[in-house]
Design a protein around this ligand. Sequence first.
Ligand code: AHR
Length: 663
Amino acid sequence: MGVGETSYGGMLCYIFLLFALPWCFAHGLEANQSALLTVDASPQSGQKIPDTLFGIFFEEINHAGAGGIWAELVSNRGFEAGGPNTPSNIDPWSITGQESFIYVSTDRTSCFPRNEVALRMEVLCDNTGSVICPSDGVGIYNPGYWGMNIEQGKTYKLILYVRSLNSINISVSLTSSDGLQKLASASILADASDVSNWTRVELLLESVETNMNSRLQLTTTNKGVIWFDQVSLMPSDTYKGHGFRKELISMIEDMKPRFIRFPGGCFVEGEWLRNAFRWRETIGPWEERPGHFGDVWMYWTDDGLGYLEFLQLAEDLGASPIWVFNNGISHNDEVDTTAILPFDVLDSIEFARGSRDSKWGSVRAGMGHPEPFQLEYVAIGNEDCGKKFYRGNYMKFYYAIKAAYPDIKIISNCDGSSRPLDHPADFYDFHVYTSARNLFSMTNHFDRTSRDGPKAFVSEYAVTGSDAGTGSLLASLGEAAFLIGLERNSDVVEMASYAPLFVNTHDRRWNPDAIVFNSWQQYGTPSYWMQLFFKESSGAIFHPTKIQASFSGAALVASTITWQDPADNSKNLKIKIVNFGSDTVNLKISVSGLEAGINSLGATTVLTSGDLMDENSFDKPNKVVPASSKLPNTGTEMDVAISPHSITSFDLPLIPMEYRSAI
Ligand code: AHR
């Protein structure tokens, strides 16, 4: 069948468009429908896409940070997670060795005034006398975040604080989860006089074997009382030496994110204000940070991944940091506008970008980063627009920030996509979690948005619910169509990010997520791979692209960009097509107005799978991943086949005119 022809079923789809879409799905209409895609690639019709269009949203949710990208292996390293009242729960620490020989509790004797809880370990057996300790001792162990991944030949830096009135002989070891296999060990030996006050101990452990479910043990065969505090174990090899888990960060590096929104959405708010993220409590030496319980996602964080580490990650990724701060509003309580003082956030901005001589810039410099960070965006709160004191609090923050930092761009929580905002803002936040079909049809959402007023920051989008499973192909199709709509409307949409980014499978608080991991494995969901189709879009030129289908035109969405590869300055044309329908589409592509030639060797990349609900998993991490192949005979006119339920890109290197005429 050629373009313009249609089948009976196809005609039905064509007539009913969106309404008929589910029917078309259900009846699996005949294969080989056809469509025509035309691109106007002339320079005058091109529209520059903002440099920041696609980025990432990092939230401390699903143990994405603690037990996730932050490489610290010890969970509850300061014994604070059980709360300030002692004796307290020391979970996930446990006792190893015969329990009757050891008594473990907590008290408030730490040398760190902001986190006073320390562990007290009383050993009742000895290496001589009537009550002999087992040869491998008694003590405590920490399994980390559902098992530590310890790898052969790698080194791990242990830091702990210890105190005792007796001489000590402590064995530090990395072992299998049952304690039987020893991967690495070292001893801490000291006279009583050397450890009668809190003493910092630092040592390197090199592992002789690999075990992804290991634990850290501190044991002794000596009678006496030993106090421990702030026990940290970090791999020596982290991303750019800044404490992040390399393999997880490399997955986000591949996305080429232009911004990172942090440290969360609801995590910033808290169920109650007392549990909200407080930047001040997360800076300075890690040993002195109090840590906090995030009561929305219900877990403790030691805040080793704090405000400075987020700024550092943004810098290391070459992404603009977007700092979301609490505006005096949580899920359940609010600070009245009359009592709101904006100084805390002004201090946070000074910490990020003040000179090293300023009060807070000097604190940053003391943490090893004398140069200011490039903080240019802040968001006042998260999803708080409808709250009683939001507008009042917002205005106080807005004017205080603009007075001190006129160049900082401020993001409001109120949606301005359908009606104008009633308050000043540089951008407004837009969140959408919905079904695949709804998100697919929202490809047109911003077509109707006023071209005046602040632009949108789509800081959270995803297909959720039954369409999504724990990360389905179907979800990624709806999302890709939505993103194509954002590219097309990037005159009114400045930035966009998927949410949430990470999930540790041991604490899945939100479904689905883009990157799934445990202590030693990771894979991308189809929604992760979908985003890689857009990694060249930020800063590219968008070209008007039309699809005329002989059938259900609403099931096809396409866009075209030209972009320059910074690695070699080469120019490229990229056409993306989402086929949400269940038919193969014979597509004729026609590109006009190009002021360059097309190299005859291009590539095509397809993300699809046998079933719409197909997902990746640890067992099959590559079940739904993009597959690339060479595309011979590329040119301005091409006949191609588009798979059902797919995202396809055509990547065509361009040849400058002067070279073309020389060939
Ligand atoms: O992305 C998960 C949550 O969804 C965010 O914390 C919140 O902003 C939204 O409700």
